[in-house]
Design a protein around this ligand. Structure first.
Ligand code: KG4
Ligand code: ZN
Length: 339
């Protein structure tokens, strides 16, 4: 089938309402409405997220179409996030996408959010390089931490995952106990730059196979703060930068050890990362180091495509369109959608 012209991507799996237009695998627009409302609760409140998606979706889609310099009737297909994510949030995006596809009489394409975090590397853009298959995909987000053997665009095998908290969740929860606002991953990243990663040491869990665990580390960190603040009330403020650097070092070490294990076992040195935590400057530095020392071929997305965005949904829409993988109006949103 010939290349699609204009694919509208809609992302609404968590707390960001996003829309983008893709043409010939290039991004024409990439719009996002962040939901600030969750900051005051220190985490995403699902009911509030669904309500905010309802208010945001029309203006964000409208803006994406406008910024792409087209009109809605020029769209070829609509791609939307089917899962995984929060059900109420997913339903807003899917209902909107289905209604719009029906009204315009164009195909609908259902997208797996976790596949999209990895396939974002297939966007054609100057600062992006598309990896060859097979590669080791590593998704690092607020809801997931996965090691994936990617044999083809839509042939992905989950090798390992977190048994409890996701890496981003661990950043956010540990940040919360240090009094940082949600999501605290970016603040920890910033503060860690001026801290000593060896100042404090936290345990690396011993988890079999390619799985990881972050809840023990989080608990150890919380207990450590609790113990020290009892002796010194301003312990956290006094040592904030060192705490951030040491915590970040350990969170990254956990996943790096597993990536290295997978690379050694599969002999696939092509490592592709995606998801919000792939914006972290330390993981980017450590991976770049692996490129030099161990000859890994590393793919790191530009910042705009790390945290949740609709360009990644749009590119998957474009790839699926060329493979005739269309969705249907009776497709069910799935909070636990697998590969
Ligand atoms: O992929 P994403 O936008 O949403 C989910 O699908 O979960 O990831 C959000 C996560 C949050 O936990 C946030 O703290 C984390 O990504 N994050 C970071 C950084 N930027 C975002 N974590 C560490 N360092 C960063 N620079
Ligand atoms: Zn995500």
């Amino acid at each position: 089938m010939k290349q699609p012209h204009y694919i509208l991507g809609i992302e609404s799996s968590c707390d960001d309402t996003a829309a983008a237009v893709i043409a010939h695998n290039k991004v024409l627009s990439n719009c996002i409405a962040n939901q600030k409302i969750h900051e005051q609760y220190g985490g995403v409140v699902p009911e509030l997220a669904s309500r905010a998606h309802q208010s945001n979706i029309v203006p964000v889609v409208d803006q994406a179409i406008h910024e792409a310099g087209i009109t809605a009737d020029q769209l070829t297909a609509i791609a939307y996030t089917q899962g995984p994510g929060l059900l109420g949030s997913l339903l807003v995006g899917s209902s909107f996408a289905k209604s719009m596809a029906l009204a315009l009489d164009i195909p609908l394409i259902a997208v797996n959010h976790m596949q999209a975090h990895l396939l974002v590397h297939f966007i054609e853009q100057e600062d992006l390089r598309a990896p060859d298959f097979p590669f080791i995909g590593v998704t690092l987000s607020g809801g997931h931490t996965q090691l994936v053997l990617v044999k083809d665009y839509f042939d992905m095998e989950l090798l390992g995952t977190t048994l409890d908290d996701a890496i981003g969740e661990a950043f956010d929860k540990c940040g919360k106990v240090m009094g940082l606002s949600y999501p605290s991953g970016p603040a920890i990243d910033r503060l860690a730059k001026e801290g000593n990663p060896q100042a404090f040491s936290f345990p690396i869990p011993n988890v079999p196979h390619y799985d990881v665990s972050y809840s023990g580390l989080k608990t150890a960190f919380v207990n450590f703060l609790h113990k020290n603040t009892q002796q010194q009330a301003d312990f956290v403020t006094k040592h904030q930068k060192d705490l951030c650097a040491s915590l970040q070092f350990t969170l990254i070490e956990v996943i790096m050890q597993k990536i290295a294990q997978v690379v050694a076992a599969t002999q696939i040195k092509r490592v592709v990362i995606g998801g919000g935590v792939s914006a972290n400057s330390e993981i980017r530095r450590v991976l770049a180091e692996k490129k030099r020392t161990d000859d890994w071929d590393v793919y790191i997305p530009p910042f705009a495509y790390t945290t949740d965005n609709a360009a990644m949904i749009g590119i998957v829409g474009a790839l699926k369109y060329t493979q005739n993988q269309f969705g249907s109006l009776d497709a069910v949103s799935d909070p636990r959608l697998k590969f």
